[in-house]
Design a protein around this ligand. Structure first.
Ligand code: 4AD
Ligand code: MG
Length: 431
């Protein structure tokens, strides 16, 4: 008899098979027991009919406890009534391990309780669906950049220089000196772009964010492409094609997961149409003021402003050329304006806000040196980065996509913490 996974049940209709499962819930009457089962690939129902099995097996089935691990053996049937579409008529059960009282019961639990039990909560339906979509987005990222001729170029995690400002750095002892956990791989990707043309990194990044918002983790994963001989407009073209590609690949490969999350596929399809609207920061301020926000030129956008802007267009929108004072030292100055830089954030609709931050990079050695000094950074720490402007400096652009930010939007979760296996937050390092 063949051992299969639940997800392949459709290929074995009317066949007798064996599946390794955990019990998630059950319900029984005098003649029938319904076992809700999962095996990591999907969730489905097993039915034990008293008339089909021995008295002892039927009694055992009725007593099984949540999260008992076992093999079930039986015939696969179509089951039009369930989301999954198939069920098993069970003929035999081989218990592998019984359980104590499982803490996560089918009733509602508070979020702190669930986070304390994240190692078990992962088994529930929503985390299952969200983290499978995470896997798909990672897979599609490698596909997209591979097809576009990018080289995967890994940035270090232990670093001596800070790309995004010094206030949010995690300091660690590094033998007899100081090191930081990387906030961004960007500066290293710029070195990579001068060696390989088009590169990208994908790895964990760390920010000592003191803010407790639904968009901030202290450890999050970022995809950071960097392209030589490329201006900002072409970078935006790549960004929107990349996002549309990710959305399409989730639509194509995660129908089951999207149905678990009740995510409307028609809405997602809208986001596969490019180009996305592009507005300037100045225009964004005008739109906000017309809508009675008291935002002034020079203010950064918080979540209400970003939500308004993306909802105004009902799709992702690029906001271009923010005030220089709001952005890091490395961005290219505007050719005719002192007060803004050549950059863009991509804002997601449906209340999710910034998912990408990117820019064209300053190419002039002296300009960058002054910027580094003005930011209060030590030019010695950045001498290697300044070398990139000494030896064959070229126009180049790049961006960073926050993996948990795009996932929170695609899955309509309330908080970025739901989209990473073990979230790290201001007040959470365990489990
Ligand atoms: O806008 P940020 O700070 O840009 C950079 O780090 C650039 N060096 C990227 C580049 O050009 N290579 O961060 C980029 C993205 C944000 O748009 C957001 O999606 C995500 O990273 N992000 C966070 N995600 C979760 N928790 C946090 N604390 C985040 N901070 C930024
Ligand atoms: Mg940003």
């Amino acid at each position: 008899m063949q051992q299969i996974n639940i997800i392949d049940a459709n290929k074995h209709v009317d066949e007798k098979v064996k599946i390794g499962v955990w019990l998630t819930n059950k319900r029984s009457s005098g003649k029938i027991a319904f076992l809700q089962l999962r095996d990591g690939t999907a969730f489905f129902q097993g039915v034990v009919l008293k008339k089909n099995v021995s008295e002892a097996l039927f009694e055992e089935a009725k007593k099984l406890r949540q999260e008992t691990s076992m093999y079930v053996i039986g015939i696969i049937h179509k089951d039009e009534r369930s989301k999954f579409g198939y069920e098993m008529e069970i003929e035999d059960i081989q218990v592998l391990s019984e359980t104590e009282d499982y803490p996560i019961t089918p009733k509602e639990h508070g979020i702190e309780f669930l986070l304390d039990h994240r190692h078990l909560w992962l088994r529930s339906k929503r985390p299952f669906a969200v983290l499978r979509i995470r896997d798909q987005v990672i897979r599609a990222t490698y596909e997209f950049f591979g097809k576009e001729g990018f080289v995967k170029f890994d940035a270090p995690i232990l670093t001596g220089s800070a790309p995004e400002g010094t206030t949010e750095l995690f300091h660690i002892d590094y033998f007899d000196t100081n090191a930081y956990l990387s906030q961004s791989g960007q500066l290293y990707e710029e070195a990579g772009a001068e060696a390989f043309g088009k590169v990208y990194s994908f790895g964990p990044t760390f920010r000592a964010e003191k803010s407790k918002t639904r968009r901030h983790l202290t450890e999050f994963w970022m995809i950071e492409p960097e392209m030589a001989f490329m201006h900002q407009e072409e970078s935006l073209d790549i960004q929107e094609r990349y996002i549309a590609y990710l959305v399409q690949s989730v639509i194509d490969n995660c129908q089951y997961e999207l149905s678990i999350l009740d995510r409307d596929v028609e809405t997602l399809k809208r986001y596969t149409h490019v180009p996305y609207p592009r507005i300037s920061y100045d225009e964004a301020i005008e739109l906000l003021q017309k809508a009675d926000f008291d935002t002034k030129w020079g203010d950064d956008f918080g979540s209400p402003e970003e939500t308004y802007l993306a909802d105004h267009f009902d799709r992702p929108v690029f906001v271009l050329n923010y005030p220089k004072a709001l952005k890091p030292f490395y961005m290219k100055p505007h050719p005719t304006r002192e007060d803004v830089v050549i950059c863009a954030d991509l804002l997601a609709p449906e209340g999710y806000g910034e998912i990408i931050g990117g820019s064209e990079r300053a190419t002039d050695y002296n300009y960058l040196l002054n910027q580094i000094k003005a930011a209060g950074l030590d030019p010695k720490e950045y001498s290697w980065y300044l070398d990139l402007r000494k030896y064959g400096s070229v126009p180049h652009s790049g961006f960073g996509l926050g993996l948990e930010r795009i996932l929170t939007w695609l899955t309509l979760e309330d908080h970025v913490r739901e989209t990473i296996p073990f979230p790290r937050l201001l007040n959470r390092l365990h489990p």
